[in-house]
Design a protein around this ligand. Sequence first.
Ligand code: AMP
Ligand code: GLY
Length: 427
Amino acid sequence: MTESVLLVGGGGREHAIARALADDCDLHACASNRNPGIASLAETFENVDETAVDDIVAVAEQVDADAAIIGPESALAAGVADALDAAGIYTFGPQESDARIETDKAFQRRFMADNDIPGSPDYAVFEDLDAACDYIDDYDGDLAVKPIGLTGGKGVRVIGDQVTAAEAKEYLRGADYDGVVLEERLVGEEFTIQAFVANGDVRTTPAVQDHKRAYEGDEGPNTGGMGSYSDTTMELPFMTPDNYRDAVAIMEQVVAALDDYKGILYGQFMLTAEGPRVVEFNARFGDPEAMNTLPVLETPLLDVITAARDGDPLPSLSFSEQATVCKYAVPDGYPTDPDAGTRIEVDEGNVGDAGLFYASVDEREDGIYTTTSRSFAVVGLGDTITEAEQVAEDGLTAAGDGLRIRHDIGKPELVQQRIDHMAELRE
Ligand code: AMP
Ligand code: GLY
């Protein structure tokens, strides 16, 4: 029997999920934007908002879905997995209460403390923003300022890195956040590990490094992620196998302490001189990180989802042992003042050996239009990061005008800077 699978979400991450599933199942999709890449792989594509719980359940029933997979955190926070599960459609994505590991940063830190999970920085939670400002004044050292709820990766301000203490206080006083976590600033190199989780099993994938800052040389505001790379092994060039194992051990403790978590668990770590510390957890694949991981995953994604659904052990994963480099093309002005609604040219014939992943664009009758978010990504694979980077750059000739790219991602100079930074911290 061919399985029917519903995919929720219309970004680059979901295009990567669609590509990993399309050959093995009858794929159906729904998202608020018509993603041309997903639409061309799916048998049906419905324009439905990712948080419209009842409409998504209706689509799933209409296509007679045997399973569903959710891309974006907004859908998890809205309870889409709960509603689909309740309607009898197994959903590879956590229930709203488990997704709090991502959607509520105060819950996340308290959960780690209550369960004695190592790797958390010192933190304090405030609902009163004036009290938070006093804490900033009194704290001996730099702090990361994190609004409690979802901010699309753009809400955090790190004192001593992006802002001064005075600017951080001004930021808090000018915002209407319900609360904030203030935590010790971690210094090191960041990496992500994504794991498939179900029935207590945890299957991890190669570490990826994202680039959150908008401009080359890690300048400018934080974004959802401008691009990312992974190596041929499970680690990145600045990591040791022990660093990878220590991070995985933390993730396993998180899964053990949660109640039957299912879906992707994404661990964001700071590799410090003392080893990996937890920056955050997400309850879904990363975007862009999914585009690094899924193209090298040789185990069929469908097999993972059906094993999870059927209560079988998750398959052990195999990877093609290639390095990957992903680079996003984003609208001019992204993320502060993005040029939405502009028609862009993407010359699919020009991507060469790179993979092209459409993201938050909208396909209309007369062409492809930007939204306020990232437009599309190219992913190069190769025997080294440098080779993969060149493949990605060749693919970027597909990008027309009105788009911005961080060309430095995956280049040898930037990777070497990361290695040197870690070597310095370890001294
Ligand atoms: P988050 O939304 O928690 O992923 O935070 C966004 C970015 O802020 C992270 O990728 C880090 O670069 C930075 N960040 C968050 N927490 C900390 C911390 N405790 N120390 C240093 N940087 C942090
Ligand atoms: N790339 C960061 C995220 O998906 O949250």
